[in-house]
Design a protein around this ligand. Sequence first.
Ligand SMILES: [Zn+2]
Length: 68
Amino acid sequence: MKNNIHPKYYRAKVICLTCGNTFETGSTEPEIKVDTCSKCHSFYTGKINITADTGRVAKFRKKLESVK
Ligand SMILES: [Zn+2]
């Protein structure tokens, strides 16, 4: 690899805001926050779960309500 043309590559810490799970991945950001992860997403758990309300989900629900 050439020097100085690539962004810094971190072992990024991913934090799930819903279940608090953390894991590592490679990224150009040192820290990543996610609303859901493979530990708590309903697709994997088979349960309907409530994700941490960080604003985006609430906004989407409101949009859904207005369409009904
Ligand atoms: Zn999670």
